[in-house]
Design a protein around this ligand. Sequence first.
Ligand code: NAP
Ligand code: MG
Length: 500
Amino acid sequence: MSVAAAIQIDQRVKSFVTKPRKMLVGGEWVEAASGKTFATFNPASGEVLAQVAEGEKEDVDRAVKAARNAFESGPWRRMTTSERGRLIWKLADLIEAHLEEFAQLETLDNGKPVVIARVADVPLAVDLFRYMAGWATKIEGNTIPISVPYTPGAQYLAYTLREPVGVVAQIIPWNFPLLMAAWKLGPALAAGCTVVLKPAEQTPLSALRLGELICEAGFPQGVINIVPGYGESAGAALAAHPGVDKVAFTGSTEVGKLVLAAAAGNLKKVSLELGGKSPNLVLKDADLEVVIPGAANAIFFNHGQCCCAGSRLYVEKEIFDEVVEGVAAQAKKIKVGPGLDPTTEMGPLVSNEQQQRVLGYLEAGFAEGAKAVVGGHRAGEAGYFVEPTVLVDTSQNMKVMQEEIFGPVVCAVPFQELDEVIQAANDNIYGLAAAVWTRDISKAHRIARELRAGSVWINCFNIFDAALPFGGYKQSGWGREMGHDALELYTEVKAVCARL
Ligand code: NAP
Ligand code: MG
């Protein structure tokens, strides 16, 4: 593992983590009603990084009340859409101005390499807010010609209004802490909703720093409330809260189902972005110079902690050995180490729990007959590191082939027939993403139609853009984030009909 010198920590980051962080409720930074705090850890060392106010039911009640007041009677409601858009844009500018600080906070809290957070997490969050700022002025209804057979001769003016859905609860995971906050907040704010955001217990810091910039940008009090805490208490209270109109959740399919059940009480609207087990199909005519680094990146980006990770690599038989050797060679080359080391290419997993989960999957795979061409173990003594791993001799029914591992582990499988591989690719409870690599462009588009997934990449992987909708088929979720589809999650349609 790497021992090179870490980067200099930004003074503002240092002071941010040394003070216990409060929660943002109604525009004020407050302690938890109980006075409790919880610790977040630096996954590169396992040491305590910061203390954070622990939100529970009472805090959630206060935050929902603040969001309700802001929605119903605050200046937010009276603001023009242009003003709303400018506020969101201003927030993007502020994040950009503090890019290095956010990158370092993400690295300290989540473990990811700072060089990645600088070019991916933070700029993508900035871009998402800018994209959604533009939508604030473009959310429109339609005028609709109507006939009404039982009122012959009458004339009507009928039109639709697209209105904000109301008070929104947003529960996010730890894999891209700032970016997930952006994916959730951007469209909700563009639509004119008010929000209570609960970051993941493992990674609350960047959301709390974002809260400070939200205040600095000048959003009216209570429009965005941020309540850190545990899923079982703060998260569950939000999902069940009768004062919440809609809940948006990203995380495991298991918890997604709990959120859905909790939301049933007041039939709040629900959108879910859940797990995946994305198939990555390599055809024998593909350009292997592109495929090999592409397939490695598909699984190893963010240490495999991506809901869309290309974790099932199906390779046409004739080129199987060459591709597996190539991806294994890439895996071997990856420099694993602390994220603050600027030469690190892969950091630790986010938590001890996550490291144990991934190692548990590896054991289960080996017990069922899988073999590691490379990797297969934890790395280093301290911190939550796992070696980049390529498994072979896996079969479709094995646990490692069916379940989401959420770590740097890919299962490589040879195939002969296209029909069979498409069937195998679709043989999973998830349907978040998929990819196909080939030089035959018609074949690529035909396969794209056959794959049951919300995103299909052709000759690339992990390509995201604020304008491109993202979300899952099957048990990978409900609804689409990003793009204009995301606005549907945060708006209601009102039909207005006037007799003339
Ligand atoms: P998780 O429990 O689903 O966490 C996601 C979010 O939901 C967190 O903010 C969590 O709070 C909250 N939560 C937990 N229980 C809740 C409940 N009963 N009601 C409302 N909210 C609740 O995910 P995890 O435990 O961190 O990770 C477990 C597995 O989930 C991973 O191994 C991976 O397979 C999958 N995962 C998927 C994604 C994705 O992007 N699709 C992201 C992360 C994880 P806490 O932080 O307090 O738990
Ligand atoms: Mg959890």
